[in-house]
Design a protein around this ligand. Structure first.
Ligand code: GTP
Ligand code: SPV
Ligand code: MN
Length: 587
């Protein structure tokens, strides 16, 4: 197979001349091809087969121990002007970026096969979908792309018809962290990634294309490409609301997207549209509609068990790829928080020894097709997407942030999003548990200057008349003993229910300086073992702490200089003034 599109053929030819592979393989995306690559990797040890009785068609991949997460310090956005990339990104000029990457790619595929993967982000027939072609020398990337995107023949047909595609060039190189870079050239719709085989570094359809490149295009075209799950919530009366939630990496998107209602809310239904990325477009009626550009999940494994998330637990028991989990004596996958079995070998294949740290890597992941998920929505393939009732921002905050609050307006909601802060997690290389600003959960993924991004968010007012309400949640509040105050997981539906009822103007709330908070009685806690004191803590704010929070946010926003939208600073001043009044009244 080759292609009828000269631009694609020429690009593949020129990459081949430059990287010197032994073979070129155009991927069709068929099941047979998937199996062929699995066999190839079982043969050379890239994959091992897991217990086929209990985990049919499941495979384990152990990555290089120095290649276990995204590398933000090695990720670049190469715009012509440095200011356009913004201080939120690493920058290097396109010419220098290409020169550096081309030197790395020179002859790097000698002795290897070069795979050409046409893919479509979003339903094949949707006008919102965008296509790309990833060239890689990693068959592991190919099988992951097969589970996570609509890839192969169908995508190639669309590319040949449209003539437009994102060019993604990837090589694992020698996995030397000193020779590892992920560079984006948004004006050329191209990506070059070298030296990593892991997740978002290597599966270029995901963060590189569907967030960094897409966010850049979305700004030019009047839509939003966001790090958000999309979930449908069906009430006992049969009304369905779709909400989109932006939480930073490893802060609960996958879990929320497929949550199982607690017994007390058993007559609610939850439908998963997406667990990581949403593309939001204003429609003709002035509403925002969302599609999930992906068709599979690359999810955090640790913590998954029948209690926290039975949907996820069950969906990874067949036809799944595990990366960097531990294994049991019976060759089943094992991870911290599994609540069953014990590890024999750790994620590096060593005999398990507590002294070596966790058995499964904290950023160990599963890859599955979305169709494995029992709660997968049949609207996930709808070309027009689903209408969004509420946008929810959130983070991992031990202190300060209450369980939930509602922004007072779209403009205030943009401030709430821009002000999101969260403790860092194992999803990226670096220290864990450090609070950092992660506006809209897009710090690692926004393909341009954050100040322009906030301006773009504010401008959605002009594109869409009936914008969703905006909320903020925090499932991760802790007491002094480091225990979570809120049970989380399925119980989060209680909070989502209040959010929906606010959208329907049916639920009560108290107005505070930072937004509307539920009174404890406004949240359904029937059957929950939670004290009134804890509920009071979760549903109130400390005005003095919030004043500090707002002052620091003001400094942060201003650090973006003249480009920071005045309207956003104005919102920050309004909240700060209101907090001042609250404090004065209290004293
Ligand atoms: P990325 O794939 O990195 O974008 O992560 P994500 O946002 O999808 O996070 P995910 O749902 O995989 O959750 C990450 C970790 O947080 C897992 O270990 C979960 O068990 C844990 N977690 C998720 N939801 C909750 C919750 O409501 N409460 C608590 N305490 N932990 C949670
Ligand atoms: C994230 O870090 O937000 C992920 C995992 O979803 S990765 O695909 O590696 O970016
Ligand atoms: Mn993510």
């Amino acid at each position: 197979m080759t292609t009828t599109l000269p631009e694609l053929q020429n690009w593949v030819n020129s990459v081949a001349r430059h990287t010197c592979p032994d073979n070129i393989r155009w991927c069709s995306g068929s099941d047979d091809e998937y199996q062929e690559f699995v066999e190839l990797m079982l043969g050379d040890g890239t994959l091992t087969k897991l217990n086929d009785k209990t985990y049919p068609n499941c495979y384990l991949h152990r990555s290089d121990p120095d290649d276990v997460a995204r590398v933000e310090h090695l990720t670049f956005v190469c715009t012509k002007n440095e200011e356009d990339a913004g201080q939120n990104n690493n920058w290097i000029s396109p010419a220098d970026g290409h020169a550096r990457m081309d030197a790395l790619f020179d002859g790097c595929m000698r002795g290897r096969t070069m795979y050409v993967i046409p893919y479509c982000m979003g339903p094949i027939g949707s006008r919102f979908s965008r296509c790309g072609v990833e060239i890689t020398d990693s068959p592991y990337v190919v099988i992951n792309m097969k589970l996570m995107t609509r890839m192969g023949d169908q995508a190639l047909k669309r590319i040949e018809k449209e003539g437009i595609f994102v060019k993604g060039l990837h090589s694992t190189g020698d996995l030397d962290p000193e020779r590892r870079f992920i560079m984006h050239f948004p004006d050329e719709l191209s990506i070059k990634s070298f030296g990593s085989g892991y997740g978002g570094n290597a599966l270029l359809g995901k963060k590189c294309h569907a967030l960094r490149i897409a966010s850049y295009q979305a700004r030019q075209e009047g839509w939003l490409a966001e790090h958000m799950l999309i979930v449908g919530l069906e009430s006992p009366e049969g009304a369905v609301h779709y909400i989109a939630c932006a939480f930073p990496s490893a802060c609960g998107k996958t879990n929320l997207a497929m949550l199982i209602p607690p017994d007390e809310l058993h007559d609610w239904k939850v439908w998963t549209l997406g667990d990581d990325i949403a593309w939001l477009h204003p429609d003709d009626t002035g509403k925002l509609r969302a599609i999930n550009p992906e068709s599979g999940y690359f999810g955090v494994v640790p913590g998954t068990n029948p209690k926290t998330n039975k949907n996820a637990y069950d969906m990874i028991m067949h036809d799944a790829i595990f990366t960097n989990v531990a294994t049991t004596e019976d060759n089943e996958p094992w991870w911290e928080g599994k609540q069953d079995g014990k590890p024999a070998k750790d994620w590096q294949g060593r005999d398990y020894d507590k002294a070596n740290g966790p058995a499964a890597h904290p950023n160990s992941r599963f890859t599955v097709a979305a169709t494995n998920n029992r709660s997968y929505s049949n609207l996930a393939d709808a070309p027009e997407g689903v209408p969004i009732s509420a946008i929810v921002f959130g983070g991992r905050r031990k202190h300060v942030a209450p369980l939930v609050f509602e922004a007072k307006s779209w403009e205030h909601g943009v401030l709430v999003g821009a002000g999101t802060a969260s403790e860092t997690t194992a999803a990226m290389v670096g220290e864990v548990g450090v609070i950092r600003r992660d506006p809209m959960a897009m710090k690692p993924f926004c393909g341009y200057n954050f100040a322009d991004y906030w301006t773009h968010w504010l401008s959605m007012r002009r594109h869409a008349k009936h914008l969703p309400k905006i909320f903020h949640v925090n499932w991760f509040r802790q007491n002094d003993d480091g225990e979570f105050l809120w049970p989380g997981f399925g119980e989060n539906l209680r909070v989502l229910r209040w959010i929906i009822e606010r959208c329907e103007h049916r639920a009560d709330a108290e107005e505070t300086a930072i937004g509307f908070l539920p009174h404890p009685a406004d949240l359904d806690t029937v059957g929950l073992d939670i004290s009134p004191e804890t509920m009071a803590t979760l549903t109130s704010i400390d005005s003095a702490q919030w004043r500090d929070e707002m002052i620091s946010l003001g400094k942060y926003l201003k650090s973006y200089g003249d480009r920071t939208p005045r309207a956003l600073l104005r919102q920050q001043e309004i909240v700060l003034d209101a907090l001042g009044e609250e404090l004065e009244k209290a004293s």
